[in-house]
Ligand binder design. Structure first.
Ligand SMILES: C[S@@+](CC[C@H](N)C(=O)[O-])C[C@H]1O[C@@H](n2cnc3c(N)ncnc32)[C@H](O)[C@@H]1O
Length: 213
């Protein structure tokens, strides 16, 4: 979405094909217009989770479970992913896929607005992935940061919004000005925080990654 098409085509060709379950999820997402993490975004998520040795993960925005599956595989057996969504049909679809993929026992799917659910969490987490309501990202951030261990990762999806965040206005995609403004503000705020080391990665639709000190 944000890359030169030549680079995007090259990357699409160079990465391995999705396994059969992920490929089926990606096809369903495309056919039904469900916004799911792009392939390079999913790979980035899995890579970061594995690099951080993440075992306990928070996700805001399950949809049909594509990013959840990447995270569930990365945490490994005995790991734990708690994931929030408010759409019961999507959650049921995600549950069925996660069962088929053999990772349902490490995923706690909660049918609850993330802002409510995050307030109920306690314990220590290794990684939080934000991909629900864009204008609520800053509030999710304030709730998840205290739950992350030092060295834990905060990962924010769509942080460049098809280039609109860089332009300061919608240049493509259906992004609302309110959401573009929210992401511009959040990226700047995270980069400026002394208790975080933050980068805005130009992968997928933009992924902002912050490491807690
Ligand atoms: C971009 S999709 C998530 C995609 C998913 N992370 C993936 O990459 O496969 C955003 C999801 O957030 C859900 N959502 C909307 N409002 C929400 C809320 N208040 N709390 C949690 N999830 C919400 C939507 O139902 C939708 O499924």
């Amino acid at each position: 979405m944000i890359l030169d098409p030549v680079v995007a085509d090259y990357l699409e060709a160079v990465y391995p094909a999705s396994d059969p379950i992920l490929a089926e999820m990606e096809r369903q997402g495309a056919a039904e217009g469900v916004p799911i993490v792009q392939r390079d975004g999913g790979l980035t998520l899995a890579l970061l989770a594995r690099a951080a040795g993440a075992r306990r993960v928070i996700e805001c925005g399950t949809a049909i479970g594509v990013s959840t599956l990447h995270l569930a595989r990365a945490v490994g057996e005995g790991g734990h992913v708690v994931s929030f969504d408010v759409d019961p049909d999507r959650q049921a679809t995600a549950r069925a896929y996660l069962e088929r993929a053999g990772v349902a026992d490490r995923v706690d799917l909660r049918l609850q607005p993330a802002l409510d659910g995050l307030k109920d969490l306690d314990g220590v987490y290794d990684l939080a992935f934000l991909d629900a309501i864009k204008s609520e990202y800053a509030a999710y951030t304030e709730l998840v940061l205290p739950l992350l261990r030092p060295g834990g990762l905060l990962i924010i999806d769509n942080s460049l919004m098809s280039g609109s965040v860089a332009a300061g206005k919608r240049v493509s995609g259906g992004w609302a000005q309110r959401d573009i403004d929210a992401l511009r503000e959040l990226n700047a705020a995270l980069v400026a925080r002394a208790d975080l080391t933050t980068i805005v990665l130009p992968v997928a639709d933009g992924m902002t990654v912050a490491v807690k000190s």
